[in-house]
Design a protein around this ligand. Structure first.
Ligand SMILES: *[C@@H]1O[C@H](CO)[C@@H](O)[C@H](O)[C@H]1NC(C)=O
Ligand SMILES: *[C@@H]1O[C@H](CO)[C@@H](O)[C@H](O)[C@H]1NC(C)=O
Ligand SMILES: *[C@@H]1O[C@H](CO)[C@@H](O)[C@H](O)[C@H]1NC(C)=O
Ligand SMILES: *[C@@H]1O[C@H](CO)[C@@H](O)[C@H](O)[C@H]1NC(C)=O
Ligand SMILES: *[C@@H]1O[C@H](CO)[C@@H](O)[C@H](O)[C@H]1NC(C)=O
Length: 534
C-alpha cells in the first residue's frame, strides 16, 4: 500500500503533474497500438513495394537485369529405336528416353530503356553452356527422330490439292528426304541444315518465308532474342509488377479467338506482383508456349536457405479438351475437332507446324497418347509437373521447374509415298525442364529478414504499446480514484484546493508547517482504509 501511494505521489509530483496528462499519454499509446494493429502490415507492404520497384541502379533492378543464379535446362530426347519396323510393319514406335542433356544458362536483359509510363523495355539474352558433368550422354550422341520439317510439310498438305502432294513427293524423292532423320543431339537442339527449309527459303514468297534454313528445336535461342519486351516496373501500380505490357509492341497475340486468351500480360516467371495469396491465380507468359499459363496455389513449401514459399502449379485442366474445360475453346480457332485431351496446339505459333505441347510423359493427358508409343514410363507428378515456388510477400520466384514436352501431331497422307505408312499419331520428340534451385544466400538471408522481422516487430510494438498504455491507464485511473477519494474527504474538511496540486501541497506544507502536514495525514487515512477494504 505504501508503494502504491508512493507511485501515485510520484506520478502526480514529477513532471507529469496531473493524472489526466498520464491518461492522455496512455490513450495515445493505445491509439498507436490500434493504428499498428490495423496499418503496420500496410506500411511494411508500402516499404516492400517501394523497395522492389524496378528503378535504374537499384539492387532489385540489378538482380532482375542480371540474375546471380544460373538456371539449368535439362533436355530429354526420345530416340526412336525401331523406325523401319514402325514404318514398314505398322508396329508402335519404341522410344528410348535419352538424357538429361544439361545446359547451364546465363540470363541478362540487354538494351534496357525506361519509359515514363512505369515500364521498361529490353531484350532477353540467354546463353546456354553444355555441362557434361550433369549430363548423361554427350551432345554428339546420334539419335533417330521424326523429320519435323518434312512431316510438318506433309501434314499441312493434307487439305491441299492432290497434284501439290504428288509434286511434294517427287521433290522429296529428289532430295532424298526420309520421315526419320539421324542427327546428333546437338544438331537436333541447336540446328542442322535441312534441305526442305533451304528449298522453301528459295521458292516460297517472301512474306511466307520461314525465318531460317536450319532446323533445331532450340535454334536461335542461344544469344539475344530479337523480341522486344516491355514490362511494368511496379512504379505507380504494383499490381502489374513484372508483367508483360507489350511483346514486340503488341499487348495481345492474334492467334486465338478471344481477347482474354490473346493476352500477354503475364510474368516471365522470375518476379510476380507482390502480396500473393493462396486464392490468387498468377500468370506466366512465354512466347513458345504461345499463351498465358495460369498457375494456382498447391501447397506451402520450404525452399533452399529455409525460405518458406507457396508452390504454384497449373490447374489440372489447363490443357484439357473442351469437354473437360470449356474455357479452352478459344484456343481452337479452326476446330472442332480440337487438340486431344492434355495437348496444346501451338501450330499457329510455330509456322503452322503441327506442334503440340504437353507435360512430360503426357502427364494429365489422355492415357491413349502414352499407350500409342512404347518406352515412356507412366507420368509422375513429382518428376513431370510444372511448378514455381514463390515468396508470396515479395513475389520473387525461389525455385522453379518449367517442364514441357514437345510432340508432333502427324497426319497420315497416303499420296506422299515416303510417309504413306506414317499413321496419324502424336509423336513425342523431347521434353525439357528449365529450373532454378534457389537464390544466392545473400538474397535469401535478406528475404528471411524482410519476412520474419516485420511480424516480430509488429508483435513487439503491439505488446509494448498496449501493455504500457494499459498500465499507465490503470495507474492513472487508480490514482484518480484515490485523488477523488482525497478530494471528497478534503471537501468534507473544507480544503478542496489541497488535493489538486502537489506542488501547492509542498508549499503549503512548508509555509503552514505542522498543522497542514497533520491534515494531510488525516486526509489520506480514509482513502488508505478504502484501498484496504476494496
Ligand atoms: C538411338 O537409336 C538408334 C537406333 O535407332 C541407335 O543406333 C543409337 O545408338 C541410339 N542412340 C543412343 C544415344 O543410344
Ligand atoms: C541493342 O539494340 C540494337 C539495335 O536495336 C542492336 O543492334 C544491338 O545488338 C542490341 N544490343 C544487344 C547487346 O543486343
Ligand atoms: C508505355 O510506353 C511504352 C514506350 O513508349 C509503350 O510501348 C507502352 O505501350 C506504354 N504502356 C502503357 C501501358 O501505356
Ligand atoms: C552459346 O553461345 C556461347 C557464346 O555466345 C557459346 O560459348 C556456347 O557454346 C553456345 N552454346 C551452345 C549450346 O551452342
Ligand atoms: C492445330 O491448329 C491448327 C491451326 O489452328 C489447325 O489447322 C490444326 O488442325 C490443329 N490440329 C489439331 C490436331 O487440332
Amino acid at each position: 500500500m505504501q508503494n502504491r501511494r508512493k507511485i501515485c505521489a510520484k506520478l502526480t509530483s514529477s513532471f507529469l503533474r496531473k493524472w489526466w496528462f498520464i491518461i492522455i499519454i496512455a490513450l495515445v499509446l493505445l491509439l498507436f497500438g490500434v493504428l499498428v494493429t490495423f496499418f503496420f502490415t500496410a506500411w511494411v507492404n508500402l516499404i516492400i513495394d517501394n523497395q522492389i520497384t524496378l528503378r535504374d541502379g537499384s539492387q532489385v533492378f540489378n538482380l532482375w537485369r542480371k540474375p546471380p543464379v544460373h538456371p539449368v535446362m535439362q533436355i530429354y530426347v526420345y530416340n526412336v529405336t525401331n523406325a523401319d519396323e514402325f514404318l514398314n510393319h505398322g508396329v508402335k514406335p519404341v522410344l528410348e528416353e535419352l538424357g538429361p542433356f544439361t545446359y547451364v544458362e546465363t540470363w541478362e536483359k540487354v538494351n534496357l530503356t525506361f519509359n515514363d509510363n512505369g515500364t521498361v523495355t529490353f531484350q532477353q539474352q540467354k546463353i546456354f553452356r553444355f555441362d557434361p558433368d550433369r549430363s548423361v550422354g554427350s551432345e554428339d550422341d546420334m539419335v533417330v527422330v521424326p523429320n519435323i520439317p518434312m512431316l510438318s510439310a506433309t501434314s499441312q498438305s493434307k487439305h491441299a490439292a492432290r497434284f501439290l502432294r504428288l509434286a511434294m513427293a517427287s521433290i522429296m524423292d529428289i532430295l532424298k528426304i526420309k520421315p526419320f532423320v539421324e542427327v546428333t543431339v546437338g544438331q537436333l537442339l541447336w540446328g542442322y541444315e535441312d534441305p526442305l527449309l533451304k528449298l522453301a527459303k528459295d521458292v516460297v514468297p517472301k512474306e511466307q518465308k520461314l525465318p531460317y534454313e536450319e532446323f533445331g528445336l532450340m535454334y536461335g535461342k542461344n544469344g539475344t532474342a530479337k523480341d522486344i519486351v516491355t514490362v511494368f516496373t511496379g512504379a505507380g501500380d504494383i499490381t502489374r509488377y513484372g508483367l508483360v505490357d507489350t511483346f514486340n509492341g503488341k499487348t495481345h497475340m492474334s492467334h486465338w479467338t478471344t481477347e482474354k486468351c490473346n493476352r500477354v500480360m503475364g510474368s516471365d516467371g522470375s518476379i510476380f506482383p507482390p502480396h500473393i495469396s493462396k486464392e490468387d491465380t498468377i500468370y506466366i507468359y512465354d512466347k513458345d508456349i504461345c499463351r498465358l499459363l495460369p498457375l494456382i496455389f498447391q501447397k506451402e513449401v520450404i525452399t533452399d536457405g529455409g525460405v518458406p514459399g507457396y508452390r504454384f502449379t497449373p490447374p489440372l485442366d489447363v490443357f484439357s479438351d473442351i469437354e473437360h474445360n470449356p474455357e479452352n475453346e478459344c484456343f481452337c480457332p479452326s476446330g472442332p475437332p480440337c487438340a486431344p485431351h492434355g495437348l496444346f496446339n501451338v501450330s499457329l505459333c510455330q509456322y503452322d507446324s503441327p506442334v503440340m505441347l504437353s507435360f512430360p510423359h503426357f502427364y494429365l493427358a489422355d492415357p491413349k497418347l502414352i499407350e500409342a508409343v512404347e518406352g515412356i514410363s507412366p507420368p509422375e507428378a513429382e518428376k513431370h509437373e510444372l511448378f514455381i515456388d514463390i515468396q508470396p510477400t515479395m513475389g520473387t520466384s525461389l525455385r522453379a521447374r518449367a517442364r514441357i514436352q514437345i510432340n508432333l501431331a502427324v497426319s497420315q497422307v497416303v499420296d506422299i509415298k515416303q510417309v504413306a505408312t506414317f499413321p496419324d499419331i502424336v509423336f513425342p520428340i523431347m521434353w525439357f525442364e528449365d529450373g532454378i534451385d534457389g537464390l544466392p544466400t545473400e538474397v535469401t538471408n535478406l528475404m528471411n529478414i524482410a519476412t520474419t522481422i516485420p511480424p516480430v516487430a509488429r508483435a513487439a510494438l503491439l505488446h509494448a504499446l498496449f501493455i504500457t498504455g494499459a498500465l499507465l491507464l490503470v495507474l492513472a485511473v487508480f490514482c484518480l480514484v484515490r485523488n477523488s477519494g482525497r478530494q471528497e474527504t478534503l471537501s468534507l474538511e473544507g480544503t478542496a484546493h489541497f488535493a489538486t496540486n502537489d506542488e501547492k501541497n509542498k508549499k503549503m506544507k512548508t509555509q503552514n508547517g505542522h498543522s497542514n502536514g497533520k491534515a494531510l495525514e488525516t486526509r489520506t487515512n480514509p482513502a488508505f482504509m478504502d484501498d484496504n477494504t476494496s
